[in-house]
Design a protein around this ligand. Structure first.
Ligand code: PMP
Length: 437
């Protein structure tokens, strides 16, 4: 291809062969298996700042950031020290601790979209619980979700669009009962007509509409602000709850996530990733009134042995404290927009079919000439072949992107100008290879 020679992956390949004996596909989460890109998965040995090192000793500037949580970079000293300090007193009690109050206070005092919250141990759990809460609160069963949004792997949400504009969903995983999928209606994003039709058809059966604050699991699908406003209005009109799944966008776009970005108040919000500083934490929250329906106050049951785990709370406290420092998001987002724009300028100057979509410190490299990509349908699956080549070229130049062209990249506070310049040059050279092919 005229590209760089491949990095050594001997140790990673050896570990992967072993892992295949233990885990389906050799991994504990499917995307890690590198099925959409070249080569075997890299086994990561160490991370520090914006760098990671694999088992073969290759060093990479990391834009995956554990899929988003590491907004301060790897092994941040403040987070590490707080976690280490708290760990000295034991790691789990299954009883309340002051640390839960401390993290909750940081969140609730600085985020006007939640009055009461509940911590979980993953994003999936947070969203699954939010859906149950919406159903319990409204006494309705159906939910509306959008094609191109991912909300974790609970049964109600592993559902994709059927044929037709407004239909019941079809399961997108074996093992999800058809009857579950029948409770989920899947419609295209950014489409007021589809949304109107869905409400006309299902009216007062709809418990909630769930959307990713800014959809970032299937490319970065920026929605029109008017559409989000429309979404809120139509939910209100039909007394359905609006759920913002902010597992990615929460504390990423700003302390108030996508809700703050749009100035739209969802009824329930879910968070994850960043609030745990890299440890397993999720959370959902709402007004005190809605949250009063959660057990033991109310009749919606939800629980967790490790929920509010002190070590995870410690990481969250240390990380969120840093995010609240004045100018944090401004600096981060400026750095990210400069990075994205200069890649765009390079691609445009060379007539490469590449668009860099970005918001806050999230970016997505899309091999397209469309000015906007707002729905899953707008993405040409054939463009992923180009991503595949770029991914390989980038690894060979010391840049780690998540191993799928549908995934976004993240810039952290640990990426300095030096690394971003280096990464840009590597991206330019890789694009030259991609478009020479
Ligand atoms: N919702 C969104 C928007 C997500 O991006 C994710 C994970 N990428 C989830 C929910 C599920 O979170 P987890 O993987 O922690 O279960």
């Amino acid at each position: 291809t005229g590209g760089k020679p491949d990095i050594s992956r001997e140790k990673s390949a050896e570990l992967y062969e072993k892992a295949k004996n233990y885990f389906p596909g050799g991994v504990n989460s499917p995307v890690r298996a590198f099925k959409s890109v070249y080569g075997t998965p890299l086994f990561i040995q160490k991370g520090d700042g914006c760098y990671v090192w694999d088992a073969d000793g290759n060093q990479f500037i990391d834009f995956c950031a554990s899929w988003g949580p590491l907004i301060l970079g790897h092994n941040n000293a403040k987070v590490r020290e707080k976690v280490t300090e708290v760990m000295q007193n034991g790691m789990s009690f299954g009883a309340p601790t002051a640390l839960e109050n401390e993290l909750a206070e940081l969140i609730i005092k600085n985020n006007k979209f939640v009055e009461k919250i509940r911590f979980t141990s993953s994003g999936t759990e947070a969203v699954m619980s939010a859906i149950r809460l919406a159903r319990g609160y409204t006494g309705r069963d159906k939910i509306i979700k959008f094609e191109g949004c991912y909300h974790g792997h609970s049964d109600s949400l592993l559902v994709k669009a059927g044929s037709g504009l407004v239909t019941f969903g079809e399961t997108s995983s074996a093992g999800v009962p058809k009857s579950f999928a029948q409770e989920t209606i899947v419609i295209p994003l950014n489409d007021t007509e589809a949304l109107t039709k869905a409400f006309e058809q299902f009216k007062d059966e709809v418990a909630a509409v769930i959307i990713e604050g800014i959809p970032a699991n299937n490319g970065l699908l920026m929605q029109d602000p008017e559409y989000i406003q429309f979404l809120q209005n139509i939910c209100k009109e039909h007394k359905a709850l609006l759920i913002f799944d902010e597992v990615i966008t929460g504390f990423r776009l700003g302390f108030e996530g996508a809700a703050g970005h749009y100035g739209v108040k969802p009824d329930i919000v879910t968070y994850g990733k960043i609030i745990g500083g890299g440890l397993p934490v999720g959370m959902y929250g709402a007004s005190a009134e809605i949250m009063s329906h959660i057990s033991p106050d109310g009749g919606v049951y939800q629980a967790g042995t490790l929920s509010g785990n002190p070590v995870a709370m410690a990481a969250g406290i240390a990380q969120l404290t840093e995010l609240l420092r004045s100018g944090f998001y401004k600096d981060l987002n400026n750095k990210a927009s400069e990075f994205a724009e200069s890649i765009q300028r390079f691609a445009t100057a060379r007539n490469y079919k590449l668009k860099v979509f970005y918001v806050g410190s999230i970016f997505w490299l899309a091999f397209t000439d469309k000015g906007k990509i707002q729905t899953a349908e707008d993405i040409d699956p054939a463009s992923m072949e180009k991503f595949k080549i770029m991914h390989r070229e980038l690894l060979n130049r010391g840049i780690y992107l998540g191993p799928s062209g549908y995934e976004v990249g993240f810039i952290s506070a640990a990426h300095t100008k030096i690394e971003l310049e280096k990464a840009k040059r590597a991206i330019f050279d890789s694009l030259d290879v991609v478009f020479r092919n």
